[in-house]
Write a protein that binds this ligand. Structure first.
Ligand code: PBG
Length: 333
């Protein structure tokens, strides 16, 4: 005999706010967020980034004033990126490991004033090369692997010496995680974490970031396909991630974010390691464009977009929305 009611009413658990939250499977919190910031040289400087509405490049003194607010919002991890003046960019990227460089100085000053703020630095050469590639190039314009890794080691060490808590190689050279781990161990930085940008794709979604740090116009060769991954591949991402873990990475990252949630999922499911995703500049820009046009509800969509990462298996998310999302979460209680 057929019952006169549905065998199972899924809507029962959706009828009340409190019951919905009782059975909700994933949660987003400010502590899940890592906030990427762009640092300008000098003092008293702030500039809008046209392709990233709401994002500003700011000099260190202005960021230092901002950090208290970030901490009050529950944002305890920042990822600073330098805006390097053209005259400091060279073919050998030596500014990358200058102990008095913008990032090294920022790390020292921020850690001195706010030791509780965790700092994750980007290890890659693109802000410092005149040609905009993440490594050193040969006469044919090819990015040389081992020569680049040697510079990345120096760069990572200079960040650790300045006080960085986490170094994050985003360059995609082979063997860089192992090489960085080796130099950190040898120099006594046994507690410096490595967050490896392991599955970093050769993506067109990075355009606005390259505007922000001023590396856009000059990428010699036009793209980074000889080292960043082919968007067609998924098994290769698992291979990359497994190798980085093996070489000594503590945490791994998938990048970009939303278009690559399948990779986040596979990473978490197959390797069970601390997994992060980067909601990159192009994703941020797309959202802002829709918000500005009134096409999407800003507050609801920001939180939904970030919760999606948690559901896919990410432990945390790098996002330019971090302060706004934290404020929204605070309002929701
Ligand atoms: C540089 C780097 C990039 C991003 C983070 N680190 C750009 C690139 O690889 O060209 C992109 C971040 C974003 O788009 O938000 N190694």
């Amino acid at each position: 005999m057929h019952s006169s009611f549905p065998a199972r009413r899924m809507r029962r658990l959706r009828a009340h706010d409190a019951v919905r939250s009782l059975v909700s499977e994933h949660h987003l919190a400010a502590r899940d967020l890592i906030y990427p910031i762009f640092i300008l040289p000098g003092t008293g400087q702030r500039e809008a980034v046209p392709s990233m509405p709401g994002v500003e490049r700011r000099s260190l003194d202005i960021w230092l004033q901002e950090i208290e607010t970030l901490l009050a919002l529950g944002i305890t991890i920042i990822a600073p990126f330098p805006v390097t003046p053209a005259e400091l960019k060279t073919d050998c990227a030596s500014e990358a490991f200058n102990p008095q460089g913008l990032i090294q100085t920022a790390v020292r000053e921020i850690k001195q004033r706010f030791p509780q703020m965790v700092i994750m630095t980007d290890v890659a050469l693109d802000p410092f090369t005149s040609h905009g590639q993440d490594g050193l190039i040969n006469h044919a314009g090819y990015v040389m692997n081992d020569e680049s890794v040697a510079v990345l080691q120096k760069q990572a060490l200079s960040h650790a010496q300045a006080g960085a808590d986490i170094v994050a190689p985003s360059d995609m050279m082979d063997g860089r995680v192992g090489a960085i781990r080796e130099v950190l161990e040898a120099q006594g930085f046994t507690n410096t974490c490595i967050m490896a940008y392991s599955a970093k794709y050769a993506s067109a979604y990075y355009g606005p970031f390259r505007d922000a740090v001023g590396s856009a116009g000059n990428i010699k060769g036009g793209n980074k396909k000889t080292y960043q991954m082919d968007p067609a591949n998924s098994n290769e991402a698992i291979h990359e991630i497994a190798m980085d873990i093996d070489e000594g990475a503590d945490m791994v990252m998938v990048k970009p974010g939303m278009p690559y949630l399948d990779i986040v999922r596979r990473c978490k499911q197959e390797l069970n390691v601390p997994t992060f995703a980067y909601q990159v500049s192009g994703e941020y820009a797309m959202h802002q464009a829709a918000f500005a046009n009134g096409w999407l509800n800003e507050e609801a969509v920001i939180l939904e977009s970030l919760l999606a990462f948690k559901r896919a298996g990410a432990d945390g998310i790098l996002t330019y929305f971090a302060p706004q999302a934290a404020r929204l979460l605070q309002q929701l209680g």
